[in-house]
Structure formats: structure tokens, C-alpha cells
Design a protein around this ligand. Structure first.
Ligand code: NAD
Ligand code: IPM
Ligand code: MN
Length: 358
């Protein structure tokens, strides 16, 4: 079999802790399937600022460009929170997404039946919830011009939100195509009653929609969507939205699954190359304690197998292993109803690896 090169960026906080468990899953997959993974890791985020003076060193970016896929932990932490923009871990994250052309961020929120009790919502509301947020990742207010200026009323700060038709088209086509492989429902989320970028977004979606007559399309304003996600989560299939709305709505969707520690993500461009990372951050409040939930990162490996390598069965093996371990009652603290019985990060990783079977 050919060797897949995987660039690994552990990052900060719980990043290295959850990545260590995902690496065990890679090793186990090699044993089970005879695949070969060549892994290489490098500095990224806060730790790269400390050691190299920049959150995204050239060498790290080059390593990612040479790879078939990137596996990322998380970046950020209080140590760097007051740094200027160029010396912030988050700037490195935005920079790598942009540099690698990863305009499409796929965030599936799937409820494991046995975790209904872990969610803050009523189990009957969650029944059947299986949705994907498709978030535009390299445009919008994250990447528009930003500056400060002095005015008579003190300093003024400006963030500009910009989208062009091409940027909207490519993400919307992707979302329609994903909807086609699922329950064929697409919900486009915007703020077209107020924002010009949203009006362009909605016009573009409506222009593309006739190419996908088999997909049912609805437009929902973002404030209403935030509410409907809690009211009728199971009615959503694919949600497509701009960068910042997608960031916010996907954290909200995470709570449907019981914890942000469960949500995986894939960031894709035009080809099969992708960057895979949990939706959560570096969780400074629990970093270094060995209690973080590694499942989001492990499920991100399953996404990598399916979306970048076309290793469908290996992806299924991981997802089934996670399901079996949860069904057997094992829980990290974030998803445990009885916190006194919670297990740690490595114990959870080991159980999942042991449960991986063809
Ligand atoms: P966060 O996702 O790191 O944490 C939010 C809450 O969820 C915390 O209470 C945390 O303990 C908990 N949590 C997160 N992941 C968990 C896991 N795997 N297991 C158990 N509990 C988990 O968000 P935040 O606190 O707003 O941000 C912390 C730092 O992370 C900031 O510097 C932020 O910029 C950064 N961040 C990075 C990424 C990324 O690297 N992709 C994503 C989000 C936030
Ligand atoms: C995410 C994070 C990032 C984002 C931050 C850390 C820049 O919240 O991956 O969801 O807003 O995209
Ligand atoms: Mn986020």
C-alpha cells in the first residue's frame, strides 16, 4: 500500500494530550489494515511563538504542504492573550487555513444515543439529530481589513466583512453536494435582513439552487437558526453559512452531542488534501490534568480517513470503536453524568484503540 504523509501539529493546552491518543489510533489502523502512515510533527501556535517567535513558522507550513493531510490539536491560551495580532496563536490558525486554501470546514454533530443524558437538552428533543455545519473558512469578517484609528470619541476599531461571488459559490456547491449524499436538505444561514454580504450570499444560493433540484433548500436568518437548533435540532441536515456564523453555530451544535469534546472537523479545499482538528480549543482550564476528552480528535482521524484517503472501512472502524466504548458506559468528565466515575484522556484513548476491530 502507498504511504500517507500526515503532518501533526499538537499545539497548546490540551492539544498535545488529545493528539497523543489520535496517534495511537493511527498506529492501530496500520496494524489492522496494513496501511503505512509517515508522521512528522512541528511547532504551531503559542509554543511556536515561544520557540520561534511566530505562531506559524515557515518550516511548519512547508511540512504541511508536503503532507497528504494535517492533524491539528488546538492552539491558544492565556499566556498569549494580550499579544499583538501577529504574535497570537489564533493568527497562526487563520494563516494556515488561508495558506492551504481550506475554504470549507465540515463539522458533523451526530448524537450517540447513549449520550443523550449527557446533553443539557431533553432526550426526546435530541432524538434523531444528525447534522453537519458547513462553514466558510477563509473569508468574511475573519479576513477582512482590520484597523484602529483615533477619533474625537477616542479610539475606533474596524473589522470589515467581505465576500465575493466565487467564495460563496464554491462553498455552497460543496454543501449542496454533501446534502445530496444525505437527507437532501440544505439550510442556508445568513443575516440578509441587515448585511450586504448576506444579501449577496442569499442571491448566490438561489442562483445555484436549480442545479440541485433534488435538494430541499431553506433560508434561515442566523438569530432564528440559533434558536431553532435548540428547538428542533433533528430537522436539520446540512447547514451552510459564512465564517463567523458557522463558528458560533457549530459550538452551539456541539452541545446537542453532549460536549464540545465530541465534535470533529475537516477543513478542505478543492482536492483531497485536508486539515483535521477537533472543534474545541486548547481548554486552558483543564490543560495538563489528563482529563480532556480525546474523542473529537479521534473522530477527526476517522474524517481524515474517509475524506482525504478514501479509507472508508478504517473510518468506520474508528467510529464503531468510539460507539462501543461509550455504549459500555465509559465517560470522560465532560460527558459523564456521574463525574466520580469519569476516566482520563489516556484511559479513553486506550479503550477506543482496544475496541478497534475489523
Ligand atoms: P475551548 O473549546 O478551549 O473550551 C471551552 C470549554 O470546553 C472549557 O471549559 C473546556 O474545558 C471545555 N472543553 C473543550 N474541549 C474539551 C475536551 N476535549 N474535553 C473536555 N472539555 C473540553 O474554548 P475557549 O475556552 O473559549 O478557548 C480557549 C483557547 O482556545 C483560546 O485561546 C481560544 O482562542 C482557543 N481556541 C482554539 C481553537 C483551535 O485551535 N481550533 C478553537 C477554539 C478556541
Ligand atoms: C475554531 C476557533 C477559531 C475560529 C479561533 C481559535 C481562531 O474558534 O476553530 O472554531 O474562530 O475559527
Ligand atoms: Mn470556534
Amino acid at each position: 500500500a502507498d504511504t500517507k504523509k500526515i503532518a501533526i501539529l499538537p499545539g497548546d493546552g490540551i492539544g498535545p494530550e488529545v493528539i497523543a491518543e489520535a496517534v495511537k489510533v493511527l498506529k492501530k489502523t496500520e496494524e489492522l489494515f496494513g496501511y503505512k502512515f509517515e508522521t512528522e510533527s512541528n511547532l504551531f501556535g503559542g509554543i511556536a511563538i515561544d520557540e520561534k517567535g511566530t505562531p506559524l513558522p515557515q518550516e511548519t507550513l512547508e511540512m504541511c504542504k508536503r503532507a497528504d493531510a494535517v492533524l491539528l490539536g488546538a492552539v491558544g491560551g492565556p499566556k498569549w492573550d494580550n499579544n499583538p495580532k501577529e504574535l497570537r496563536p489564533e493568527t497562526g490558525l487563520l494563516g494556515i487555513r488561508k495558506a492551504l486554501g481550506l475554504f470549507s470546514n465540515i463539522r458533523p454533530a451526530v448524537i450517540f444515543d447513549c449520550l443523550k443524558e449527557a446533553s443539557t437538552l431533553k432526550p426526546e428533543v435530541l432524538e434523531g439529530t444528525d447534522l453537519i455545519v458547513v462553514r466558510e473558512l477563509t473569508g468574511g469578517i475573519y479576513f477582512g481589513e482590520k484597523f484602529r484609528r483615533d477619533t474625537d470619541n477616542g479610539q475606533e476599531a474596524v473589522d470589515t466583512c467581505v465576500y465575493n461571488v466565487k467564495e460563496v459559490e464554491r462553498i455552497v456547491h460543496q454543501a449542496f453536494q454533501i446534502a445530496r449524499t444525505r437527507r437532501k436538505k440544505l439550510c442556508s444561514v445568513d443575516k440578509a435582513n441587515v448585511l450586504e454580504t448576506s444579501r449577496l450570499w442569499r442571491e448566490t444560493v438561489n442562483r445555484i439552487a436549480p442545479e440541485y433540484p433534488d435538494v430541499e433548500l431553506e433560508h434561515v436568518l442566523v438569530d432564528n437558526c440559533a434558536m431553532q437548533l435548540l428547538r428542533r435540532p433533528s430537522s436539520f441536515d446540512v447547514i451552510v453559512t459564512e465564517n463567523m456564523f458557522g463558528d458560533i453555530l457549530s459550538d452551539e451544535a456541539a452541545m446537542l452531542t453532549g460536549s464540545i469534546g465530541m465534535l470533529s472537523s475537516a477543513s478542505l479545499g478543492e482536492g483531497s488534501f485536508g486539515l483535521y482538528e477537533p472543534v474545541h480549543g486548547s481548554a486552558p482550564d483543564i490543560a495538563g490534568q489528563g482529563i480532556a476528552n480525546p474523542i473529537a480528535t479521534i473522530l477527526s482521524v476517522a474524517l481524515m480517513f474517509k475524506l482525504s484517503f478514501n479509507y472508508q472501512e478504517a473510518g468506520d472502524v474508528i467510529e464503531n470503536a468510539v460507539k462501543n466504548v461509550l455504549d459500555a458506559g465509559h465517560r470522560t468528565g465532560d460527558i459523564a453524568v456521574d463525574k466520580s466515575k469519569a476516566i482520563g484522556t489516556t484511559a479513553m484513548g486506550d479503550l477506543i484503540v482496544a475496541a478497534m476491530k475489523r
